[in-house]
Design a protein around this ligand. Structure first.
Ligand code: ZN
Ligand code: ZN
Length: 141
C-alpha cells in the first residue's frame, strides 16, 4: 500500500481527465452481459477507489440500470467521444469504479477476481490466477 501512487487517465477525446491518489480497494474483471453491451467488449476491468481518492475534471454523462442483484448500476462516460470511464453501484456508497482501460499508467493494477463468468464468452480467456465467481462476489468482496 502506497499513499503516494498517482494514477492518471482520460477518455478517448481528452475532454474528461482524472487523477487518483493511492491504491485501489478492490479490482475485478466483469463479464456480465450489461458490461458487454455498454462497452462493446467481452469484459471490462474495474479498479474501485474511495471517492476522496479520485479527482475528476470535465463534463460527464451517465446511464443507470437495475442490475440482477436489485442494485442500481450507473455507467459514467464522456458525452462527446462515448469513452466509458467510471461506474457506481448503489451497494457501494462512497466508492467509484474506474475503468482500467481509461488509465494512462495502470501497470500496478492487478485484477483480483472475475465476476459474472456465467456470461463470459468461451473464447474470452482470463488468467487462472484470478478467483472466478459465477455472478456477484460475496458480500464484502
Ligand atoms: Zn471524450
Ligand atoms: Zn458487469
Amino acid at each position: 500500500m502506497s499513499e503516494t501512487t498517482k494514477t492518471t487517465g482520460s477518455c478517448l477525446c481528452g475532454d474528461v481527465t482524472y487523477e487518483i491518489t493511492g491504491d485501489p480497494v478492490f479490482t475485478a474483471h466483469c463479464c456480465c452481459t450489461d458490461c458487454q453491451k455498454a462497452s462493446g467488449a467481452d469484459h471490462i476491468t474495474l479498479a474501485f477507489y474511495k471517492d476522496i481518492q479520485v479527482n475528476i475534471s470535465g463534463v460527464l454523462a451517465e446511464y443507470s440500470v437495475i442490475a440482477d442483484s436489485g442494485n442500481t448500476n450507473t455507467r459514467i462516460f464522456c458525452p462527446r467521444c462515448g469513452g466509458r470511464l467510471f461506474g457506481r453501484n448503489s451497494v457501494r456508497e462512497g466508492t467509484i469504479g474506474v475503468q482500467v482501460g481509461s488509465m494512462d499508467n495502470p501497470q500496478n493494477i492487478k485484477p483480483a477476481v472475475v465476476v459474472y463468468t456465467k456470461d463470459k464468452r468461451e473464447w474470452d480467456v482470463l488468467s487462472d490466477e484470478v478467483t472466478a465467481f459465477e455472478a456477484s462476489p460475496p458480500p464484502g468482496g
